[in-house]
Design a protein around this ligand. Structure first.
Ligand SMILES: [Fe+2]
Length: 372
């Protein structure tokens, strides 16, 4: 059994300048980023690299149309190395750029098992959530199909992942909140996965501890208290990425995708809308083994009994990001069977990692419980 994958070389720098000098950013590089990130941190360095600002091709999470347009632009530059500096959207698109060979997104999904690396890839995350800098998957909203799907290939691992905590200093609280909850979900889902090992749990459990301890400080002192903790959150997000890079995510992500796709709910927030609903249903089916271990661990961190651990977890998370019922996002009762069908048909990759198997009836039950 595979114990843990430790793929990209990991680097940490104090400043953007140190990173640019060490990596020798040059005219053969394509920097995929957002202008609001690049200009304050890198603009003064006057780097000779090509820059592509993702927001010029659409807003929000990556869609097939957005990625197709950026692929076309990247081809014009003839660049040999892609440097992703940004959040989940930037990182996911950069992974596609690393393997694209002239075709568009649909073509890449069609030959997913046959991809190879065409450009060296360096990933610099600027949120504390996705952990995507250490995984081999990109999630794209396939608008022509109507759901988000993972494009997966070992050739999509970065060659280098680079952590620069200073790049998180401009992160608005709402983005910090959604991205760090995503990291918490990665840590929890991967720790309950049948593919979890003592190695992945080492990273997953430590990430859970760092994130919840940070949230407790923020709950007590307010949002500004996050600033000295950004290095911790970036590191925890990376740990969670290492954990789910091997052990996988599961039903929380699977059930959140139709919600995110149809109602444009940000990834971390849609995960939180689903999170405890899935855990409570796991407990109805099986309450011993890894979930019992997890609940004991959470109860220790939250200083509560294991019988109320999810209530206490929600209370803490609600200080960071208030949980909403699905109907508050505009979801209708009629959406729930369609969401269920979409999960069962298109999210098999994730549903295979569930703590216990969840069938269509159970998925519909979870959505119904979260609806009101
Ligand atoms: Fe996620």
């Amino acid at each position: 059994m595979q114990q843990i994958i430790l793929k990209p070389a990991l680097h940490k720098f104090r400043t953007a300048k140190e990173f640019a000098e060490t990596f020798g950013l040059n005219a053969d590089d394509l920097i995929l980023t957002n202008e609001y990130i690049y200009t304050p941190c890198f603009g003064g360095l006057h780097l000779p690299a090509h820059t592509v600002f993702q927001e010029k091709y659409g807003s929000g999470e990556p869609t097939d149309a957005m990625v197709d347009a950026i692929l076309a632009e990247a081809e014009k530059t003839g660049s040999k190395r892609v440097i992703a500096i940004g959040g989940g959207t930037i990182i996911d698109i950069a992974k596609v750029l690393a393997v694209a060979d002239g075709e568009r997104v649909d073509g890449l999904y069609d030959r997913m098992n046959d991809l190879s690396k065409k450009r060296e890839l360096v990933i610099v995350p600027t949120t504390c959530g996705t952990g995507s800098e250490v995984t081999n998957i990109a999630i794209i909203n396939r608008t022509r199909i109507g759901t988000k799907m993972g494009l997966v290939s070992d050739h999509m691992y970065a060659d280098s992942a680079v952590l620069i905590p200073e790049l998180l200093s401009g992160l608005p609280f709402s983005v910090f909140a959604a991205s760090s909850i995503d990291a918490l979900v990665h840590a929890v889902e991967s720790s309950l996965s049948p593919k979890a090992t003592s190695y992945t749990q080492l990273f997953g459990y430590r990430a859970i501890e760092m994130i919840l301890r940070g949230y407790q400080v923020i709950a007590e002192k307010g949002p500004e208290a996050r600033r000295p903790l950004l290095d911790d959150f970036l590191t925890a997000s990376n740990y969670a990425g290492i954990a789910f890079g091997t052990a996988g995510c599961a039903a929380v992500h699977a059930l959140s995708y139709p919600l995110g796709s149809k109602y444009h709910v940000a990834h971390g927030e849609s995960n939180y809308a689903i999170f405890t609903g899935v855990l409570r249903n796991y407990m109805e089916i099986r309450s011993d083994g890894p979930i019992q271990e997890l609940n004991r661990y959470l109860a220790g961190l939250l200083d509560c009994g294991t019988d109320v651990v999810y209530d206490e977890l929600e209370k803490l998370l609600n200080h960071i990001l208030p949980k909403k019922a699905l109907r508050e996002y505009g979801v209708t009762g009629g959406d729930l069977p369609a969401f269920t069908e979409s999960v069962m048909k298109t999210q098999g990759r994730l549903m295979a990692n569930n703590f216990v198997p969840l069938d269509a009836d159970r998925v519909l039950k979870i959505y119904r419980e979260l609806y009101e």
